[in-house]
Write a protein that binds this ligand. Structure first.
Ligand code: ADP
Ligand code: ZN
Length: 700
């Protein structure tokens, strides 16, 4: 009797190993094939990761596979290689990465092609309409060439990209040339360019060159809204661009995956999850707005950062990487300092114009002088009035959505809290209700204190209140709001209306600070900037600076300089000096080095959650001991801090504790991270506590 053949399979689960299965006689599989198997009495579709292996498990206990999934795309060996790299770095299982990469979905090839046609035909219609409406000759010409390209695609021809039409300015060309040289020596490029300097044009130029060489391009953006904004701009040059993010339907995403898999070279524009498409022949990865924290996935595992992961992918694909930002992350600046990256600076705007002027307003002093009307200082109101009178637009940032961040009883002082979380509930209007921003719990708002029946009073002002104030201060003006309460379906419309000048003042949360281009925007204002800088986190200053600098970049894009007005209780805060060109990145880096913070160390957060607080406290302390034991005898052991309760220590009925481990960045790092991971795994298994523990590498 021939001895049975064994294989290993990656399952979409948090498993520390890849289980073995037997092949029934006559069945053959290869690495990357998808197979149906039983695991712990449940059926899964896994990916074959090894064939003809000698099992370490007792052979008699190994189950045969149930069958081979012929209808599903095979996994490429380089995809598995990428999953392994991500799982090793982020201390999660390969199966968790597989699960993120391959959401279960079947699609047959013909259907895919039919739908692709439909989309192209729809695009053709839209372009024809636009071309008819176009008033200027050059615009009409541009549409005509796009129409030709789409028609070529419909005839099944590969379109000639219009990359040649990207003409760089001499400054941009110098930057591109430095980038090409860096690529040639195998380095990642960090493009540090002020807003409006033409980073996007440089990406497009390099992308065109890569495609012309027959290789593929992955263009990453941090958020869907930015993808939508870039889509048309990229499609104008590369009509065959494939868009991939969670706002695209699952069926369409599957089509993109099939397209990527079947094309010899392709261009994908997407958010972080686009990293997990079946990439091959990648020549260039672009990471736009590389500092953006949306690149990091919080939950579930893999808790990866697309910026770092893009570099892992580039190593496997032998692709070039360009990271770009007006406000690079300290992590990337550090990499530039150590020579791992080549930094390329673009200091001037393409449409020359001065940087936005900065005005800081001290709200404490203003209040004393009776210079405040609700959320606004008289000075800011005058600036808004002046801007509106000139027929230009205003953007107002208030970092908290809601009508009021909390409410308080005027009799007994009670602040109603969420029954499931340790946070005050926020007041939202229309209909009036109290909402928990952590778990979504909602209660009707009666204005009556639940404890003493006294009267409740709103505390502070969120975006809704600010909108209301503006409506009464500037009657007749068109005012709108964009924040987490705006339905997804309306978001794009609001942005479009503002871009087209149909809204005079737009109020919103951080959403409005992201890379949108608005020609008529002259004034951007920040209310209560303290809520940005006052956060208890060593990264708060870096974040606040990035946000304010990005926000400042929104104003006055073409020619005329814009203005940013910041209202704060703490005008002496160093972040404002930095914004005005005072202290720089070097100071922040020096500070990080001094205190042993990243990027000079590597952080791993372990968080534990449990509805039973006593058990949580006990087991968190036990885990700390297990970690100390795992690191004992090491030359430079990592520092283990905690367990401690985070600022919000109960969410959705579960209490939270954290342990922070900071590793020196030396040769032992990888081994020590591994030691941490196995200590956590062993602990979880022995205490049957695995589901309560999450490990986060390079937390945000
Ligand atoms: P960034 O990405 O750095 O914010 P953009 O690429 O969006 O800058 O450029 C800002 C503006 O300048 C855009 O309207 C863009 O079309 C224009 N622009 C930049 N470079 C060029 C160029 N080489 N030719 C024509 N227009 C350009
Ligand atoms: Zn809650």
């Amino acid at each position: 009797m021939p001895s049975p053949t064994f294989i290993q399979v990656i399952l979409p689960l948090r498993l520390e190993w890849e289980p073995y299965y037997g092949l029934p006689e006559g069945v053959q599989v290869h690495v990357g094939d998808r197979v149906r198997v039983m695991f712990a009495r449940k059926e899964y579709v896994g990916a074959v990761s090894a064939v003809n292996v000698k099992p370490l498990t007792e052979e008699s206990r190994i189950l045969p596979i149930l069958g081979v999934e012929e209808g599903l795309p095979k996994v490429l060996p380089e995809e598995i290689q990428f999953w392994r790299a991500v799982s090793e770095y982020y201390l999660c299982s390969v199966g968790e990465v597989y699960k993120a990469a391959y959401p279960a979905l079947k699609l047959d090839q013909e259907e895919v092609e039919a739908r692709v046609r439909e989309r192209l035909e729809a695009r053709l219609e839209r372009l024809k309409e636009k071309a008819e409406k176009a008033r200027r000759d050059d615009t009409r010409e541009r549409y005509k060439s796009e129409i030709e390209a789409v028609e070529a695609l419909l005839r099944g021809e590969k379109p000639v990209s219009c990359a040649a039409s990207v003409t760089l300015s001499p400054t941009q060309e110098t930057a591109a040339e430095t980038a090409r040289k860096a690529f040639a020596s195998g380095k990642t490029v960090l493009l540090h360019g002020v807003t409006g300097s033409g980073k996007t044009e440089i990406y497009l130029k390099l992308a065109g060159e890569t495609l012309a060489n027959g290789r593929s391009v992955l263009f990453l953006v941090p958020e869907i809204a930015l993808s939508r904004q870039l889509e048309d701009r990229i499609a104008a040059v590369f009509p065959d661009v494939q868009v991939f993010h969670s706002g695209v339907s699952a069926a369409r995403r599957a089509q993109v995956a099939v397209h990527v898999r079947n094309s010899s070279s392709y261009l994908v524009l997407g958010t972080r999850s686009a990293l997990f498409l079946p990439h091959h022949n990648l020549g260039l990865i672009i990471v736009d707005e590389e500092h953006d924290t949306s690149y990091k996935q919080d939950a579930p595992a893999p808790r990866y950062n697309a910026r770092e992961s893009a570099i892992m992918l580039s190593v496997i694909q032998k692709a070039n990487v360009i990271l770009g930002s007006a406000t690079p992350s300290l992590e990337s600046l550090y990499n530039a300092e150590t020579g791992r990256f080549v930094k390329v600076d673009l200091k001037e705007r393409f449409h020359s114009g001065e940087e936005a002027e900065i005005r800081i307003i001290d709200t404490v002093a203003e209040r004393r002088k009776r210079g405040m009307t609700g959320s606004f200082s008289r000075k800011l109101l005058a600036e808004i009035q002046e801007t509106l009178d000139m027929g230009e637009q205003v953007l107002v940032l208030r970092a908290r959505r809601s009508y009021a961040p909390s409410v308080q009883c005027t009799e007994c002082g009670e602040i109603p809290r969420c029954p499931h979380c340790h946070v005050p509930m926020s007041l939202h209007r229309g209909p009036d209700r109290l909402v928990c921003h952590y778990c979504g719990h909602t209660e009707p708002y009666t204005g009556v204190c639940p404890s003493c029946q006294g009267a409740l009073q709103p505390l502070g002002a969120g975006t809704q209140k600010v909108e209301e104030e503006l409506t009464s201060l500037f009657p007749g003006r068109r005012i709108a709001r964009l924040d987490g309460d705006t339905p997804d379906t309306e978001e794009a419309a609001i942005i479009r209306r503002f871009a087209e000048g149909d809204i005079d003042i737009l109020v919103g949360t951080q959403i409005i600070t992201k890379g949108f281009d608005f020609d008529g925007l002259r004034l951007v204002a920040v209310l209560q900037a303290d809520s940005l800088v006052g956060v208890q986190d060593f990264r708060a200053d870096e974040r606040a600076f990035q946000l304010l600098e990005q926000f400042r970049g929104r104003s006055g894009r073409r020619g005329t300089p814009g203005r940013i007005v910041i209202q704060t209780r703490e005008p002496e805060h160093p972040v404002y000096a930095r914004l005005s060109g005072g202290s720089g990145d070097t100071d922040l880096l020096a500070e990080r080095r001094l205190f042993g913070y990243p990027p000079y160390t590597r952080l791993v957060h372990i968080s534990l959650k449990d509805s039973n607080e006593k058990r949580l406290d006990f087991l968190s302390k036990e885990l700390r001991h297990a970690l100390l034991a795992a690191f004992s005898g090491v030359d430079t052991p990592p520092a283990v801090v905690g367990p401690y309760a985070p600022a919000v220590d109960r969410i959705a009925g579960e209490s939270i504790r954290q342990i922070r481990v900071s590793f020196p960045r030396n040769k032992a790092l990888t081994a020590l991270k591994k030691a941490l991971a196995s200590a956590v795994d062993d602990f979880g298994r022995e205490r049957k506590y695995t589901a309560h523990i999450a490990v986060d590498v390079d937390p945000i």
